[in-house]
Ligand binder design. Structure first.
Ligand code: ARG
Length: 259
C-alpha cells in the first residue's frame, strides 16, 4: 500500500535524482581526480594568506589548499597569477579554484559565474601610514590625501566610498603601493587589515593605523566555476573537518597569531 508519504517521496525522487546526478556529472570532482592535480590560482604577494618563502608558496591559504588537495586525493599546484584578471582566468578554466584572500561579493558571483565556498575567514580593510605620521587617525582624515590600493580589490571599493579623498592610485600589486608610501608619493595604503599588519611588521617603515578599519567586515571565500559547484562541497567539508579537529584554530594561531 502506498500512503501519501511514499507518494511524495517517490515524486521527490523523480524530480531530485536527475538534478543531483546532473550536479555530480557536470562537476569538477571527477575532472580534478582524473587530472590527478588541483590547480589553485593565487596572487602570492599577500601575507600571511600567501607569500613566497625560500622560493615556495607559504601561508594560511596555501595550507588550506594542501588540505583540499589531500581530501581530493590529488597533488597541489599553487600557481602564481596576476590579481587583476584572476576571476577571468578562473572562468576561462586556467584554474580549478582560487585561494587568494578573496572577499565574497555579489558582483564577483554575477560577473564571473562563480560559486563561493562557505566563508573561511573574517577580514576587513585597514589603513597603513608611514611610521611617525600622525595625520590620519580616523576615516575623515583621508580627505585631501592620496591613497594607494591594489587594483580591483574590495580595498579600492572601500576607499571609493570615502568622501574627499584627493586621489586613489591603483597598483597591480600591494608591495608597489608600499614603495610609493615610503617615497611619500602616497599618504596612506588601504588593504586587508591582517595583511597590512603582517607587511608592516616585516617592513618596519610603515604602520597600520590602529582601530581604523574602512567599510564593513568582509568574509573570505574560495570560488569555483558554477558548473563545477560540486567542488564547493569538498571545500566546505575540509573547512568543517579542520574546525572540528582543532587544526583550524592551530592554523590561525600559526599564521595570524590568533584563534
Ligand atoms: N580581500 C580583497 C579582495 O578580495 C583583496 C584580496 C587580494 N588578494 C591578493 N592575494 N592580492 O578584493
Amino acid at each position: 500500500m502506498r500512503g501519501p508519504r511514499q507518494v511524495l517521496a517517490a515524486v521527490l525522487a523523480v524530480i531530485l535524482v536527475p538534478v543531483l546526478l546532473a550536479a555530480v556529472e557536470a562537476g569538477g570532482i571527477e575532472r580534478v581526480k582524473k587530472a590527478g592535480v588541483l590547480r589553485v590560482g593565487s596572487d602570492i604577494t599577500y601575507p600571511p594568506f600567501e607569500f613566497m618563502e625560500a622560493g615556495k608558496p607559504a601561508g594560511f591559504d596555501v595550507e588550506l589548499a594542501q588540505e583540499i588537495a589531500k581530501a581530493l586525493g590529488v597533488k597541489l599546484e599553487y600557481v602564481n597569477t596576476a590579481w587583476d584578471g584572476i576571476f577571468a582566468a578562473l572562468k576561462a578554466g586556467k584554474f580549478d579554484m582560487l585561494l587568494s584572500g578573496i572577499t565574497i561579493t555579489e558582483e564577483r558571483i554575477k560577473s564571473f559565474d562563480l560559486v563561493f565556498s562557505q566563508p573561511y575567514f573574517e577580514s576587513g580593510q585597514g589603513v597603513a601610514v608611514r611610521m611617525g605620521d600622525a595625520r590620519i587617525k580616523k576615516q575623515a582624515d583621508l580627505a585631501g590625501k592620496v591613497v594607494g590600493v591594489q587594483i580591483n580589490t574590495t580595498g579600492q571599493a572601500a576607499v571609493e566610498k570615502v568622501k574627499g579623498v584627493k586621489e586613489i592610485k591603483k597598483y597591480e600589486q600591494l608591495p608597489e603601493a608600499y614603495l610609493d608610501l615610503k617615497a611619500r608619493r602616497l599618504d596612506a595604503v588601504v588593504a586587508d587589515y591582517p595583511v597590512i599588519v603582517s607587511n608592516a611588521k616585516e617592513d618596519g617603515k610603515f604602520t597600520p593605523v590602529r582601530g581604523l578599519q574602512l567599510g564593513e567586515p568582509e568574509l573570505l571565500g574560495i570560488p569555483v566555476r558554477k558548473d563545477e559547484a560540486d567542488l564547493v562541497g569538498v571545500v566546505n567539508k575540509v573547512i568543517q573537518d579542520l574546525k572540528k579537529s582543532g587544526k583550524y584554530a592551530q592554523m590561525k594561531q600559526k599564521w595570524f597569531g590568533e584563534k
